[in-house]
Design a protein around this ligand. Structure first.
Ligand code: ADP
Length: 196
């Protein structure tokens, strides 16, 4: 069985993060925590590549629509008027399309991170999907105020700086999807002797 400090996750600085010059800041926050970058590259993937990255499961797609409806309800916006429907299962596919437009709008920086509870820790450092409700101290909470209510009015995805795997199973799948074994590096960080 693997040691907990060998857990791996996948994180990607999205085009907005790269264009805003936040790549270094994002890596700094991850490394500061004691997590280790074991693979890293800048790439401009095709729409097809992102289409294969984001799930096609109807449940996942509907959840995107639910996020829209939640912020529309909170701020009193009318989904039917703005988007032509108030059904999450119809809004979800629109959001997925906008997400592919966004992710192909510039280069991304992809990374594999290793360390204790890497999946949960990187999600915690990233903050909630919606920057407007992400806590201060997180990447999304400190560097953005975007929200589906605002993004969807402009027919676009939420610009939230990073993508990070949600579960160890998703991480394993995404690591394989984005990196070859040869691109992953093994080294010891000097903190490893004192932190753990
Ligand atoms: P996370 O990236 O936090 O895991 P999801 O997997 O739910 O979030 O969504 C994938 C990405 O789609 C988000 O990071 C965000 O960029 C975008 N997104 C999610 N929900 C919406 C929405 N309702 N409107 C616009 N963009 C959205």
């Amino acid at each position: 069985m693997k040691h907990p400090k060998e857990e791996r996750t996948y994180i990607m600085v999205k085009p907005d993060g790269v264009k805003r010059g936040l790549t270094g800041e994002i890596i700094r926050r991850i490394e500061q925590r004691g997590l280790k970058v074991i693979a890293l590259a800048m790439e401009k993937p095709s729409r097809d590549k992102f289409d294969g990255h984001y799930p096609k499961d109807p449940k996942w797609i509907t959840r995107l629509g639910e996020k829209t409806l939640a912020t529309y309800a909170k701020y009193g916006f009318d989904a039917k008027k703005e988007l032509g429907t108030d059904r999450a299962e119809e809004i979800g596919p629109m959001v997925r399309g906008w997400l592919l437009d966004f992710m192909t709008s510039g280069p991304v920086v992809k990374m594999i991170i290793e360390g204790v509870h890497a999946v949960d820790m990187v999600r915690k450092i990233s903050g909630d999907t919606t920057p407007a409700s992400a806590p201060m101290g997180t990447i999304r909470g400190d560097f953005s105020v975007d929200s589906p209510a605002s993004a969807n009015r402009d027919k676009r995805a939420v610009h939230n700086l990073v993508h990070a795997s949600e579960t160890p199973e998703e991480a394993e799948h995404e690591i394989k999807y984005w990196f070859t074994v040869k691109e992953i590096h093994d080294y010891k960080r000097s903190e490893e002797d004192t932190m753990f």
